[in-house]
Design a protein around this ligand. Sequence first.
Ligand code: PNS
Length: 158
Amino acid sequence: MKTAVYPGSFDPITYGHIDIIDRASRLFDRVIVAVLNNPSKNPLFSTEERLDMIRKAVSELKNVEVDSFSGLLIDYVEKREANTILKGLRAVSDFEYEMQMALMNRKLNRNVETVFMMTSSRYSFLSSSLIKEVVKFGGCVKDLVPEHVLEKLVEKYR
Ligand code: PNS
């Protein structure tokens, strides 16, 4: 079984992430969306809130699971008996750090491959940080995150 782990902070999930998950679900037998449990990064949403928003967003995709992890990604990938780490690339600016992480992860376990998918051009400018900033100051992100995510964002900043 070809299982890909798609890791991230997802604080919160955007249509950029959902686009990658949707396309990956047609390439792999199973996709595990893995939320980094990272309280030290001071996320806006708790791990449970992020998991809940992702689960709602991908509920139609039957071969997609949503889970959280702490510690090293490669240890989690091994634990879930996956063979692939999936990452989205938005622009060249993402490449350098992603390359470092991919090479480090391969050093830690040479049996796990990192696979990159290009984010759709209509979402290539999108990041969770930008979404939070725009909502915080009252801007509109209507077509960039699902309705239920927008509601949670507005609630947080109210
Ligand atoms: O959405 P993000 O914040 O860009 O995701 C980054 C993430 C979670 C993929 C990365 O920080 C990660 O893999 N963290 C887990 C800790 C780890 O394994 N670090 C070594 C990476 S080589």
